[in-house]
Design a protein. Structure first.
Length: 560
C-alpha cells in the first residue's frame, strides 16, 4: 500500500504535464498506460484528475471512445475542484477524441472552450498545443486561411519559449497549409526550414515526412529531378523505420514522377509495391483510390487504353462514394464553424434581420412558387444533359474498344515479325559459324600435308589456303549478319551504349552475340578469332558491366 501511495505522490507532484503523444515511443506509452490503469482504482477524488487526463491522452490513437470516457470524468472532477489547468487538459482530450472519430462539431466546440480556458493560464506550452490542434482541425475541413492563422500563432509561442523541436513542427504545418493553397514556393521555404531543424534532433519519421512534402512540392513545380531526389531519400528512411503510411504516399508520388520522366517500368514497380502495403491496412479505401488513379495514368501512358479505362472507372466509382460522404461532412462542418466562430458584428446583423422577418414572410409564397418552377426546369435540363452524356459515353467507349482492338492486332503482328526476324538472324549466325568451322577445318587439313616431296604441290596447296582464307575473311554472309544485327538490335545497341559508354565497338558486338545465345566456339568462328580470345573478351565485358561471378551474363543482357 505504501508503494502505491509513493507512486501516486510522485504522479501528483509531476501533475502529469501534457506531452505530445506523437513524439512518444508506442511501446513506452503502452507500458505507461498499463501502469496507470493499475494505479487509477487506488486514487480518489482530486488525485484522479491528472491520471484520467493522461490515460485519455494515450488512448487518442488506440481507442478514441476510451479517450472520451476518461476525459469526461476528468472534466467533471476538474470543474468540481475548480482546477483550471486540468480543465483545459480534459477539454483538449475530448476535442482529440471527437476529432479522431470525425465528429467535427463537438471537436471544434471543445477545442475552442479549451482555448478560452488556457488563455487565462500562464502555460505557453498548453496554449500552443491547443492552437495547433485547432489549426489541424481547420486544415482537415478545408479552412486553410483559418488553419494558417492558428499555426502561425503556435509558431510564435514556440519561438518565444525557444522549443526548437516544435518550431520545426510548426514550420512543417505552415508549409502544408501553403501547399494546400497551391503556393508551392512559399511552402518549400517552410519545409526546408523544418527539415534543417529536424536533422539536428534526428527524428527519422519526421525527417521522412518533410522530405516527402518537399518532393511533392517540387513535382507540382515540374522540378522532377529534385522531386525524385527527395522522395527517394524519404522512401529510404521510411523503409528503414517501417513507416508504411509514409512509404505508401512516397511510392505513389515516385510512380508519378517516374511516369513523367518516361521510366515506365519503375513507375509500375512503385505502384505494385504501394498496392501490396495498402492491402495490409484495415482502412484502405482512400489509399486504393489513389493507387487506382496511378494505374490508370500508367496504362494510359503505355497506350493500354482498355486497362487505363478499367482502372479509371474503379477510381471514379470509389471517388464518388468518398466524395459524397465527405461532402455531407463538409456541410455539417461549415455550419458548425459558422455557429462556433461568428463575430459580434454577425450576431448584431442577425438580430436586425429578425426585425425584418415580418416583411420577408410576404415574399415566401412567391419565392416558393418561383423555386418550384426553377426546380422543374433544372430537373428537365439535367435529365436531357444526362441522356446526352450517356450517348456520348457509349459512343466513346465503343470507339475506344475498336481502337484498342486495332492496336492489339497491330502489336501482335509486329511481335510475330520481330520473332521471325530474330530467329532468322540466329539461324544466319549459326550458318556462318558452321561454314566458318568448315573453312578452318579445310585450312587445318592442308597445313598438315607433307610438302617435302614436291615444290609444285606445296605451291598449289598454299594457293588453295590463301584462296580459302581470302573467302573466309571477306564473307558476304558475315557482313549481312552484322547489318541485320544493327537493324534488329538497334534498341539494345542504343541502351547498352547509353548505360555503358566506355564499351568498345568490339565489346558491344560481343554483347549482342552473347545475347543471341551463341556459344564461345560459334562466336570465335563468326569473328575469325581464337576461342581463347572470345573467353578473354567475355571476361573483360563482364568486368565493364560490373558483374559478379555468380551473375548470369546472358540474363543480364536480355534485361537491358
Amino acid at each position: 500500500m505504501k508503494q502505491w501511495l509513493l507512486i501516486l505522490v510522485l504522479i501528483s507532484s509531476n501533475a502529469f504535464a501534457q506531452k505530445n503523444i506523437w513524439d512518444e515511443n508506442p511501446n513506452d506509452s503502452q507500458l505507461e498506460l498499463d501502469s496507470l490503469l493499475v494505479i487509477l482504482p487506488q486514487s480518489i477524488k482530486q488525485e484522479r484528475i491528472p491520471l484520467l487526463n493522461r490515460i485519455a491522452e494515450i488512448y487518442w490513437v488506440i481507442n478514441p471512445d476510451r479517450t472520451i470516457e476518461f476525459a469526461t470524468e476528468a472534466l467533471q472532477l476538474s470543474l468540481e475542484f475548480k482546477n483550471k489547468k486540468q480543465e483545459g487538459y480534459a477539454l483538449i482530450n475530448l476535442c482529440q477524441g471527437y476529432l479522431f472519430n470525425n465528429i467535427y462539431d463537438k471537436a471544434l466546440k471543445l477545442g475552442l472552450e479549451s482555448l478560452e480556458v488556457r488563455k487565462n493560464i500562464d502555460d505557453d506550452y498548453d496554449l500552443a498545443f491547443t492552437l495547433r490542434t485547432l489549426g489541424w482541425l481547420y486544415y482537415d475541413i478545408g479552412y486553410y486561411n483559418k488553419a494558417l492563422e492558428y499555426h502561425v500563432k503556435t509558431l510564435k509561442i514556440h519561438e518565444k519559449i525557444n522549443d526548437v523541436q516544435r518550431i520545426a513542427y510548426s514550420y512543417n504545418s505552415i508549409g502544408l497549409t501553403h501547399a494546400k493553397k497551391e503556393d508551392y514556393y512559399l511552402a518549400l521555404t517552410f519545409f526546408k526550414k523544418s527539415l534543417a531543424l529536424k536533422k539536428e534532433f534526428n527524428k527519422e519519421g519526421r525527417i521522412a515526412e518533410t522530405m516527402k512534402n518537399i518532393g511533392i512540392c517540387y513535382y507540382k513545380l515540374d522540378e522532377l529531378k529534385l522531386s525524385k531526389e527527395f522522395l527517394e531519400a524519404s522512401l529510404e528512411i521510411s523503409d528503414k523505420i517501417k513507416d508504411n503510411q509514409i512509404m505508401v504516399q512516397v511510392l505513389n508520388e515516385l510512380s508519378k514522377v517516374n511516369l513523367k520522366l518516361g521510366n515506365f517500368n519503375k513507375s509500375a514497380q512503385f505502384l505494385t509495391k504501394s498496392r501490396l502495403i495498402i492491402m495490409e491496412f484495415v482502412e484502405n479505401k482512400e489509399w486504393i483510390l489513389e493507387n487506382d488513379l496511378g494505374w490508370s495514368n500508367y496504362y494510359y501512358a503505355m497506350g493500354d487504353y482498355k486497362k487505363a479505362l478499367e482502372n479509371y472507372k474503379k477510381y471514379e466509382e470509389a471517388r464518388t462514394d468518398v466524395f459524397t460522404n465527405n461532402e455531407s461532412e463538409k456541410l455539417t462542418e461549415m455550419r458548425i464553424l459558422y455557429e462556433a466562430e461568428r463575430s459580434e458584428t454577425e450576431i448584431k446583423y442577425l438580430e436586425k434581420q429578425r426585425n425584418l422577418e415580418a416583411q420577408k414572410k410576404k415574399y415566401l409564397i412567391f419565392g416558393f412558387v418561383l423555386l418550384v418552377i426553377i426546380g422543374v426546369l433544372i430537373i428537365f435540363f439535367l435529365r436531357n444533359n444526362i441522356k446526352k452524356k450517356k450517348a456520348i459515353y457509349k459512343q466513346s467507349t465503343k470507339l475506344s474498344k475498336e481502337k484498342l482492338k486495332t492496336q492489339s492486332l497491330l502489336r501482335e503482328n509486329l511481335e510475330h515479325k520481330l520473332d521471325f526476324r530474330m530467329k532468322e538472324l540466329t539461324n544466319l549466325a549459326l550458318f556462318i559459324s558452321q561454314r566458318s568451322s568448315i573453312y578452318k577445318d579445310l585450312v587445318a587439313s592442308f597445313k598438315r600435308l607433307n610438302f617435302s616431296n614436291s615444290d609444285q604441290l606445296k605451291k598449289d596447296v598454299n594457293t588453295l589456303i590463301k584462296e580459302y582464307t581470302f573467302k573466309f575473311d571477306f564473307n558476304e554472309d558475315i557482313q549481312k549478319f552484322h547489318t541485320n544485327v544493327e537493324t534488329l538490335q538497334s534498341d539494345f545497341l542504343f541502351k547498352i551504349k547509353e548505360k555503358f559508354p566506355k564499351l568498345t565497338e568490339k565489346e558491344v558486338q560481343l554483347a549482342v552475340q552473347v545475347k543471341l545465345k551463341l556459344s564461345s566456339k560459334e562466336i570465335a568462328n563468326l569473328n575469325n578469332i581464337s576461342l581463347n580470345s572470345v573467353e578473354i573478351g567475355r571476361h573483360r565485358l563482364r568486368k565493364k558491366l560490373n558483374l559478379e561471378k555468380k551473375d548470369n551474363l546472358v540474363k543480364f543482357l536480355e534485361n537491358i
